[in-house]
Design a protein around this ligand. Structure first.
Ligand code: ADP
Ligand code: MG
Length: 340
């Protein structure tokens, strides 16, 4: 049986214009890929749509990339101890959301964990794939842990000012892709495109309907199952004014001395998460929040993550890898309501 998740309200009156067809574009950004589908009668505006999409993606990279040395974020990370900086608008908005979630999740989500992310080989350098790379020892872990107190940023949302306390490395990679998806969806709306499906690096947002009057359906990615176990039933989501993000422990990870090390780091222990959560999917109207919450809940682990998601009314699906290799699914109340 397929599980089907649909939003409370489908606005069937707002169907695409008669004669509209689905158009598509794809490209690369943020070390990953993007694609967009939209319903349109006008088949001549591919170039204008691509330009609008790329302008939004380029803005996010220029402000928030950890990989681009010239980004505003990279320059903040290199800035002198004690210096105060006025951040550009999008960067400040994303940082404000990230700091809110850092407080709400008691540090499970931490935008100031860049030094830890780097030292585990998931930042710009060194990469865990580099020859001679070794994970951090205790001394290095302690040093990285000391740099990640987000409160020392003394961020003021009104003036968009933040302090570089010295050695604090911001990393917005768990939230910026979601924000990019939201920006692209809004840019499309600005072009009069109300019916679209936007994807950046696995984060998705759907608006309106397809030309056939159906919502944009997507299937949630299922984590790999151990031999001898059957996968959980597929879950299909109607992305009608909804976004979805899935964090998994199996996609970006490496093995070291028999340990599985995924790219979600628990900033409280300083180590990659290891509590057997195979994936967490979050549905939210905003892709920014779906993206950030999926990482926060992954780091929190199933039990603490469930409690946190319930406390905030978050629609989440947890897939836990049990000791025998089987997968067990748990839905929050908000997610169960979408499942009818
Ligand atoms: P996923 O799809 O698995 O959620 P994301 O790309 O959204 O992956 O987020 C993972 C990235 O977030 C990591 O590569 C790292 O840069 C950063 N990150 C890792 N741990 C945390 C954390 N606890 N809080 C915030 N960001 C983190
Ligand atoms: Mg994320």
């Amino acid at each position: 049986m397929t599980r089907v998740l649909v939003p409370d309200h489908i606005d069937a009156a707002a169907v695409p214009a008669l004669g509209a067809r689905v158009h598509g574009l794809r490209g690369e950004t943020m070390g990953t890929t993007w694609w967009v589908l939209w319903a349109d009668r006008d088949a001549t505006r591919q170039a204008a749509v691509r330009a609008a999409i790329e302008a939004e993606l380029d803005l996010v990279v220029a402000q928030m990339s950890t990989w681009l040395p010239s980004s505003d974020l990279s320059r903040f990370n290199r800035a002198a101890p004690g210096s105060r900086h006025t951040l550009p608008e999008a960067f400040a908005d994303v940082l404000q959301a990230a700091l809110w979630l850092a407080e709400a999740s008691a540090g499970a989500f931490n935008p100031a964990a860049g030094a830890l992310v780097n030292r585990w080989g998931f930042g710009p350098a060194p990469r865990h794939t580099d020859p001679g790379f070794t994970p951090p020892d205790e001394t290095e872990l302690c040093a990285a842990l000391r740099t990640q107190d987000w409160r020392r940023l003394a961020f003021d949302a009104a003036t968009r000012e933040a302090t570089q306390p010295g050695g604090l490395l911001l990393d917005l990679s768990a939230i910026a892709k979601g924000h990019a998806v939201d920006r692209v969806a809004r840019a499309l709306a600005g072009l009069g495109i109300a019916h679209a499906l936007v994807e950046v690096g696995g984060e998705l947002r759907g608006q309106g309907l397809r030309p056939d009057g159906m919502p944009w359906w997507v299937e949630l990615e299922c984590p790999p199952v151990a031999p001898g176990h059957s996968p959980p039933p597929p879950t299909r989501v109607a992305l009608h004014g909804l976004s979805v993000a899935t964090s998994g422990d199996y996609r970006r990870a490496y093995r070291h001395q028999g340990r599985h090390l995924p790219h979600s780091i628990d900033p409280r222990s300083g180590r990659p998460v290891a509590h057997g959560l195979a994936s967490v999917s979050v549905l939210h109207t905003e892709a920014l929040w779906a993206d950030a919450w999926s990482t926060a809940l992954t780091v929190a682990g199933r039990d603490a993550g469930l409690a946190l998601a319930e406390a905030h009314g978050i629609a989440a699906l947890f897939v836990q890898r049990e000791a025998d290799g089987g997968l067990t699914e748990t839905l929050t109340g908000a997610m169960a309501r979408l499942a009818g």
